[in-house]
Each structure stands twice: as C-alpha cells, then as structure tokens.
Design a protein around this ligand. Structure first.
Ligand SMILES: N[C@@H](CCC(=O)N[C@@H](CS)C(=O)NCC(=O)O)C(=O)O
Length: 325
C-alpha cells in the first residue's frame, strides 16, 4: 500500500498519527465527466463524449467503491460498451497490480503491470493515492475520473444504456440525502472504525455506523428500496457495503455489534438486490476476503484469511412479496 509523490511511488500506510488516530479519506483527483455529447460536466473539462468502445474501467472486485461502478455497468447493460480490467485482490508494496489470481485480468488497454502506471500516464507528476475505480479514455489516453460516485452517474446517464434510471429527477433530493448519511456513517464508516488507531475514534465510528444501520433497518420496513418503490443509486451504494459486512467488516474492521444477518430487513434487502439481473456476477467473496485480510498488515499481520462465515445470498427474500414487484 502506498502513494505517488511527484510521480514517484512510495510504499506507505495511511497516516493517522497526524489526525488523532482518525482515517481521513482524501478527495479524488480526476474529476472530468463523460457526457452524451462531450459537453463539460459538473467539474473538470469537456471533450469526453460517450461512445461504445471508447472508455475502460479499472476496478478491483474487492473494493466497494469500484463495485458500485460494476453494478451500474451491469444494470445499464453496458458490458459491451465499456470494457473492464480487474486488479489482483492482494494490494502489497506496489499498491494495486495486475496479476494472475482467478477473476483478475491483465491490463488489456495500457499493458501496465501496476495501477500507478495508469495514473502516471495521465499525469507524470501525480501526487496522491492510487485508487480504484479509474475510468480511462482510450481516445485521449488519459484518466477521465477516479471518483466512483461520479462514474456511477456517468454510466447511468451518458451512454444511453437500457435499464432503470438510477438517479431520476424527482428523487434526487431524497437520494442525495440518504447518500450523504450512508456515505459518512456506513460506506466510509466501516473504514473509519477499521482503520482507527485510537479507541475513542473507533468507538465514535462504531456508534454512528450501528445507529445508522438501525435507522436503515426501520426505513426498509416501510418501502422496498431506500427511496421508495424504485431502485436508485442509493441502493447500489448501500449494497456494496452490506455484501461485504458479515464476511469482512464484522471481523477485520471490528464492526461487530450485529451482523447484517441479524437485521431481518437489511438481510432480505441485501438478497433482493443481489438477485437483480447481472448483480450476482459482480460479487466475488474470494477477492473481497483476500483483499482486506491480506493487504492490511497493521490490522491482520499474519495475513490469514478466515474460511467463514457461510453466506448464501441466493436464499429467497421477502421484499417483492411485502412491497410488490
Ligand atoms: N473516493 C474514491 C475512493 C476509492 C478508494 O478509496 N478505493 C480503495 C479501494 S477500496 C483504494 O483503491 N485504495 C488504495 C489506497 O488508498 O491506496 C471513490 O469512491 O472512487
């Protein structure tokens, strides 16, 4: 694990000493937008018009942020329009690399062996973390975006894919509001608990996480999805944390007040989303478990990957029966 400083790779763990034991996630650096006609998006520069075969996604199957983009690509039927490379689950001294673990792929676009080479191809003097997902433009030979929340919106809107509109106009305020809470307390909340190096910082993240899961459990008693009867990006964003929770966050990140399996609504909802067309194919529990347990030596120095728990997301769920299809 490391980062680039002025274009040079340095092998370094997260610095929590300068922030009182707190893990602080840095903002993503590349913030351009693919749009239908290439007009400038909400940030960055214009000139990235949607076209089949032009863009390539670099993902890890382990990473919840990258996972959002893979799910939206599947739900919008964009598998043929946007190609994908999958990094190895183990993130070691060189960061994310292309390897030969089952389920990983080579970099078929740039022939890189490490993900940081892609960042350097876009900016030879890049300073910052080298994260997945990355959306690469073959035409301009550069990174469009490395911010999953924005890549999700591009895949939803720019490419004219079929499938549901995951960010419909009339629900945007509701989606933004739930996203903000879920991001801070759940998606990033598990990392704040897991990477804390101070007991009270961990306790604070732990309390916020489980308060929010309790609130989401109650919310999902009233409607099939987070924002009512329609599936939205808010559901996809919650799903990628829920699907990792019992396998990884309960043990590795010490988020163990309850498992998702102990929440009837959250666990039925998790299985409902897992059953959406194309979603199960994006879930790889081997990559998920190997990544976390092998790549964080300060948390799990032996690198032993636990064999349990037994999880079956294919068990039928009650959501359509309770709320209608
Ligand atoms: N804000 C980014 C965060 C992405 C992110 O942190 N990805 C993790 C994997 S789960 C990563 O690549 N970490 C490598 C590092 O921090 O060095 C997004 O949502 O796209």
């Amino acid at each position: 694990m490391g980062l680039l400083v002025d274009g040079v790779w340095q092998d370094r763990w997260y610095d929590t000493a300068s922030s009182g034991g707190r893990f602080e996630r840095k903002a993503s650096a590349f913030r351009n937008w693919v749009t239908a006609d290439g007009a400038r998006g909400p940030s960055g520069e214009g000139g990235f018009a949607a076209a089949p075969g032009r863009y390539h996604l670099y993902v890890s199957l382990a990473c919840p942020w990258a996972h959002r983009t893979l799910i939206v690509r599947a739900l919008k039927c964009l598998e043929d329009a946007v190609s994908v490379s999958v990094v190895d689950p183990h993130m070691g001294a060189e960061g994310w690399v292309f390897g030969d673990s089952p389920g990983a792929t080579p970099d078929t676009v740039n022939g890189a062996s490490r993900l940081y080479e892609i960042y350097l191809a876009a900016d030879p003097a890049y300073t910052g973390r080298v994260t997945v997902p990355v959306l690469w433009d073959r035409a301009r030979g550069t990174v469009v975006s490395n911010e999953s929340a924005e890549i999700v919106r591009m895949l939803n809107a720019a490419f004219g894919g079929s499938g549901p509109d995951l960010y419909p106009e009339d629900l945007r305020d509701a989606i933004d509001a739930v996203n903000a809470r879920v991001y801070d307390r759940v998606n990033n909340g598990v990392y704040k608990a897991g990477f804390a190096t101070d007991q009270s910082v961990y306790a604070e993240a732990f309390a916020a996480l489980f308060d929010e899961l309790d609130a989401l459990e109650a919310r999902l008693d009233r409607a099939r999805y987070l924002c009512g009867a329609r599936l939205t990006e808010a559901d996809i964003r919650l799903f990628t944390t829920l699907v990792r929770f019992d396998a990884v966050y309960v043990g590795h990140f010490k988020c163990n007040r309850r498992r998702i399996a102990d929440y009837p609504n959250l666990s039925n909802y998790l299985r409902d989303l897992h059953a959406l067309p194309g979603v199960a194919g994006t879930v790889n529990l081997t990559h998920i478990k190997r990544h976390y347990y092998e790549s964080h030596p300060t948390i799990n120095p032996t690198g032993i990957v636990p064999l349990g728990p037994e999880l079956d997301f294919e068990v039928p769920n009650d959501r359509a029966l309770r709320f209608g299809a």
